[in-house]
Design a protein around this ligand. Structure first.
Ligand SMILES: *[C@@H]1O[C@H](CO)[C@@H](O)[C@H](O)[C@H]1NC(C)=O
Ligand SMILES: *[C@@H]1O[C@H](CO)[C@@H](O)[C@H](O)[C@H]1NC(C)=O
Ligand SMILES: *[C@@H]1O[C@H](CO)[C@@H](O)[C@H](O)[C@H]1NC(C)=O
Ligand SMILES: *[C@@H]1O[C@H](CO)[C@@H](O)[C@H](O)[C@H]1NC(C)=O
Ligand SMILES: *[C@@H]1O[C@H](CO)[C@@H](O)[C@H](O)[C@H]1NC(C)=O
Ligand SMILES: *[C@@H]1O[C@H](CO)[C@@H](O)[C@H](O)[C@H]1NC(C)=O
Ligand SMILES: *[C@@H]1O[C@H](CO)[C@@H](O)[C@H](O)[C@H]1NC(C)=O
Length: 460
């Protein structure tokens, strides 16, 4: 049948538009293992196009303007390899995760160390800890993954600060880093708590558990963690004796304390830690998987207003992996966690229709691409896809190991202690302050503005 020229052109254009749209969504059948693996592969490939550390003239694992993000990328690669079995990126992973460890083996490489926060360092330590727990092979010439986690622990232990608020880690390490060096924040302390708890479980060495309890006790006695409501506040100010907290909810702050509590329960069997796990899990699911967003994970502080910065875009990836590990080490949480990871992954896949190349967005709950493009978006989606392979791979097979259950990464309890002594700040130039660190809370107007913002957020 002949149709008129104009309408056939229209038909062709319409057809092409429809096809173009449909052809570039990540297909995801949440009940099909291969489908999830394929989706994870696509998202992870989209993540790795941003990585240049394996190219000639480039430095492995280096992201000079956002150093900590390298750890988030390698963290995602570890899970990707572990849950899918695809080792395509293992060389880059091994080389980069090792390269950035610095000469002391504590993730304070001298190129960056003088303007880092405790949170920046601990994320690399947590990635190395994950490598040990997943039996990612140690390298022959370098630090073992376990010793790198121990190095970060020892280094942070040396910075435990009793001069303000009776303890706690400050956000930034050095006083020349301004207000961040007197602020005590949830991610630095919760990160250290989580690392200590995971080291305790892996090594069965009680020193780590003692420290985990110490960080926890200090946190629940500060405004950071409330052990009745389970609210986790972002930060509190040391110069004001940690009197007030900034109640700005972020997924990763809740997630890191939840993860630590779950590991402590697995390690000790003490019901105190089960209560903490249940309490923190409950509020985490309630706060960040809202009914009106289809129970899809959402960083509610920045997503609705589309003001998430690069750091914040990474938080959902961290919560995704942490929730999946909580389900592994405290199996009775599995049934609560898995449906929420599933609804999140289904929506996340629908966000990956950008740029005609499966670019994923930030606001997963929109179930369509929201116009955002970046490595951070890809990292978080890679993480939520990997986490959804849990039902298929079998909990026993994928559970994080310990030195008693097959983990053989070499232990060095004294790792990193050298750098604790060398921690005196070096002279800094303005250029040095370029900011490789996490700037979760941008203190544009200082503490007062932050508190005003917090009050606004809580409707006061
Ligand atoms: C997709 O397109 C964006 C925008 O051009 C680009 O930055 C990104 O690297 C592309 N990703 C892939 C996997 O090709
Ligand atoms: C770097 O790694 C990517 C995979 O992420 C690979 O496609 C590329 O060939 C590698 N480049 C070099 C120079 O090894
Ligand atoms: C530090 O910078 C030097 C000079 O650019 C480089 O050779 C080295 O690989 C860097 N180290 C790290 C850990 O990034
Ligand atoms: C909550 O924390 C306070 C302050 O450390 C402590 O006294 C109390 O025993 C804790 N409650 C529970 C149930 O752990
Ligand atoms: C979770 O919290 C809500 C309200 O805060 C409460 O009604 C519910 O019983 C809690 N669920 C569990 C499992 O603790
Ligand atoms: C601890 O974690 C393992 C998985 O590594 C799990 O099999 C075991 O049941 C957990 N123990 C407790 C007390 O939850
Ligand atoms: C550790 O175990 C892995 C297999 O999981 C093996 O390839 C490696 O050789 C072992 N390393 C040592 C030092 O025994």
């Amino acid at each position: 049948m002949l149709i008129s020229g104009t309408s056939s052109i229209c038909a062709v254009i319409l057809y092409a538009l429809t096809l173009g749209y449909q052809a570039h969504a990540i297909e995801l059948d949440i009940n099909n293992e291969q489908s999830i693996k394929d989706a994870a592969s696509t998202a992870t490939y989209g993540m790795m196009v941003w990585y240049h550390g394996n190219e000639t003239g480039q430095i492995p694992g280096a992201f000079p303007s956002k150093w900590w993000e390298g750890s988030a990328l390698f963290y995602a690669l570890l899970n990707y390899w572990h849950f899918t079995g695809d080792n395509t990126y293992n060389d880059e992973l091994s080389v980069g995760l090792q390269w950035q460890s610095g000469t002391n083996g504590d993730y304070l490489p001298s190129n960056y160390s003088h303007f880092l926060g405790n949170d920046d360092q601990v994320f690399w330590g947590l990635a190395a800890m994950t490598a040990a727990e997943l039996k990612f092979p140690d390298v022959s010439n370098g630090f073992s993954w376990l010793s790198l986690a121990q190095g970060v622990f020892n280094s942070q232990k040396g910075r435990w600060d009793t001069t303000m608020c009776g303890g706690g880690l400050t956000w930034q390490m050095f006083s020349y880093q301004g207000s961040g060096s007197t602020m005590k924040n949830a991610i630095s302390n919760g990160g250290f708590f989580q690392l200590a708890a995971r080291l305790a479980r892996y090594t069965d060495n009680n020193e780590y558990a003692t420290w985990a309890s110490k960080v926890w006790d200090w946190s629940v006695n500060s405004p950071l963690v409330n052990n009745k409501t389970w609210i986790v506040q972002d930060s509190t100010e040391g110069t004001e004796n940690c009197k007030n907290g900034a109640n700005i909810p972020w997924t990763y702050n809740y997630g890191t304390y939840l993860m630590g509590a779950a590991y402590m329960y697995n390690y000790t069997g003490d019901s105190k830690w089960l209560d903490a796990t249940n309490g923190l899990l409950n509020i985490t699911l309630q706060t960040f998987f809202r009914q009106e967003s289809g129970y899809v994970m959402e960083d509610i502080t920045c997503e609705p207003r589309e003001i998430c910065n690069n750091n914040e875009v990474l938080f959902k990836g961290l919560l995704s992996t942490w929730l999946s590990y909580v389900a592994l080490v405290v199996p009775k949480t599995y049934d609560l966690i898995m449906p929420k990871l599933q609804s999140s992954a289904v929506a996340a896949a629908k966000s990956c229709t950008g740029n005609n190349n499966y670019t994923c967005g930030v606001q997963w709950y929109k179930s369509q691409w929201d116009g955002w493009t970046g490595m951070e978006e890809q990292i978080s989606v890679s993480q939520v896809f990997s986490a959804n392979l849990l039902p298929f791979v079998g909990a026993k097979a994928v559970a994080p190991v310990t030195s008693n259950t097959g983990g053989n990464s070499t232990s060095d309890p004294n790792a990193g202690l050298q750098s604790t002594k060398d921690n005196t700040p070096k002279p800094v130039t303005t250029g040095d302050k370029a900011g490789a660190g996490i700037l979760t809370v941008v203190l544009v107007g200082g503490w007062a503005a932050l508190m005003a913002f917090a009050a606004l957020g809580s409707g006061a």
